[in-house]
Design a protein around this ligand. Structure first.
Ligand SMILES: *[C@@H]1O[C@H](CO)[C@@H](O)[C@H](O)[C@H]1NC(C)=O
Ligand SMILES: *[C@@H]1O[C@H](CO)[C@@H](O)[C@H](O)[C@H]1NC(C)=O
Length: 451
């Protein structure tokens, strides 16, 4: 096959799925300039810089780049494959590939692209010193020369003008360029992890009667875990109600953790198959608000999110107790930061592991099964089904394929006749039952999601 035609086919194979994954952007596709098979982007995807090409695809950046080459020439600094494989810190690579860190990955890649064509002949020579160039990210790089070597920052261009096309040029570089903001995000994540593994030293005393600190807490290093147990920070008693109605002027309270909770719920919705969980957190209960508050106060959380299929199996009996939705969800929140890897390592090492949950005093059991992590007991168990849906250092969301109940409450198997089989309702069953209950107590005025 003609290499250019092959390139085009390859390009569309990659572009089309990523475009359809972003439906809000497809509307502009008709007005977009046609991508030329001779484009530097097609050449990149077809080149020997396969690691970079793969990352660009994973970062869902193709459409952005396609639009960029429609407007102007570009210069791509392509790290050689080894720089993204063996030579890259595996922890950093994992960080970049976590779905919750998509923004960091995009920032990193855009930092390798200039919105203009700089061929090797346009390079500043040694006498003229270094020259600043804007990148596609809101940041700049320095180009310079050292005798015959051309440099970007301190990285050497080992294949200048490796690929040239009418709309741009690709230079091979010997290593990955890491913009400061991404390095900082990564460091913050790593510090959080190591700090949360260390007990706070000289922790202030907690008054056992009031459960408050006896003395004002000494300033703790940023990112250190709070001193009081999470249970003391939780809102008193669950209530079946959505987030408090906005005050005068519709003002919502704002806090840092709110952003992270929003992010994870957005990720959950985007991921697909977890709409009920998202709906419960946001619309049915005030749990999203509560989680945001806890995270702002420095607590970390791992959410075991049952998927929609699992939620659909809940029976009306399991849901109709007052506060049942909150209790069910609280049992799925672990007041620790755990990832698939950390949980899998623990169950591999210890066999059975018990995690605290926000539903005191109940713990959830985890063990290894079939090369994965299985939670709960034989009757009501769930597998870790979609690992690391969201992980940002404070909140971790792990998809599971069942709804868990504390052991002593494992629902006894009902006679089949007692379980009404419902075809999948428009909204989740939890919503349906909750709406009925709220309607019965005349609370539906604030609860616009019940129709
Ligand atoms: C890219 O540069 C070439 C000349 O180097 C120019 O002819 C072409 O119009 C430029 N493309 C865009 C989209 O500006
Ligand atoms: C909350 O309810 C609204 C209105 O029904 C809906 O559009 C939205 O998607 C729901 N939120 C979540 C997170 O499911």
């Amino acid at each position: 096959m003609d290499p250019q035609i092959y390139g085009l086919a390859f390009f569309f194979l990659l572009v089309v799925p990523s475009v359809t994954a972003l439906p809000h952007k497809t509307t502009s596709s008709s007005s977009q300039p046609q991508i030329n098979s001779n484009s530097v982007l097609v050449a990149l995807l077809d080149s020997h810089y396969t690691e970079l090409a793969e990352l660009v695809e994973k970062a869902l950046l193709l459409q952005t780049l396609e639009e960029a080459v429609g407007r102007h020439n570009i210069t791509i600094f392509a790290p050689k494959n080894e720089a993204l494989e063996r030579e890259l810190d595996p922890e950093f690579k994992r960080f970049l590939l976590e779905p919750g860190n998509l923004k960091s990955l995009q920032t990193l890649l855009m930092f390798h692209i200039l919105p203009s064509r700089i061929g090797s002949r346009n390079w500043p020579d040694e006498k003229s010193g270094s020259r600043k160039h804007n990148t596609l990210w809101n940041d700049f790089v320095h180009l310079s020369s050292k005798s015959t070597k051309r440099l970007i920052g301190s990285a050497e261009i080992f294949r200048p003008d490796d690929i040239t096309r009418p709309d741009g040029v690709i230079h091979g570089i010997e290593r990955l360029l890491v913009p400061r903001s991404v390095q900082e995000d990564f460091n913050r994540r790593r510090n959080l992890r190591s700090i949360s593994a260390v007990l706070p030293q000289g922790a202030p005393e907690v008054d056992p009667r009031t459960h408050r600190l006896k003395k004002p807490a000494a300033p703790v290093p940023a990112g250190a875990p709070p001193i009081l147990p999470i249970y003391d920070a939780m809102a008193p008693g669950p209530s079946l109600a959505p987030a408090p109605a906005p005050g005068p002027g519709g003002a919502h309270r704002h806090f840092n953790g709110e952003r992270q909770v929003k992010d994870f719920i957005h990720t959950l919705l985007h991921y697909g198959g977890y709409n009920e969980m998202a709906d419960i957190l946001v619309n049915l209960t005030s749990l999203a608000t509560e989680m945001g508050r806890l995270v702002s106060e420095g607590y970390v959380l791992t959410v075991l999110a049952p998927n929609d299929e699992a939620m659909a199996k809940l029976t009306t009996d399991q849901l109709s107790e007052p506060g049942a939705p909150e209790q069910i969800i609280y049992y799925h929140i672990i007041p620790e930061y755990q990832t698939e890897e950390s949980m899998y390592n623990s169950v591999r090492r210890f066999g059975k592991v018990k995690y605290d949950t926000l539903r005191l005093p109940h713990k959830v059991t985890a063990q290894e099964a079939d090369g994965s992590v299985k939670f709960g007991t034989s009757d009501g168990s769930a597998y870790l089904f979609d690992p690391d849906i969201y992980t940002d250092g404070r909140i971790s969301v792990q998809g599971i394929d069942g709804v868990l109940f504390p052991e002593e409450e494992t629902p006894t198997v009902k006679k089949p006749a007692a379980v009404k089989v419902v075809t999948k309702p428009r909204r989740g069953k939890l919503m349906e039952v909750a709406c009925r209950m709220l309607g019965a107590v005349g609370q539906d005025s604030h609860f616009t999601t019940c129709q």
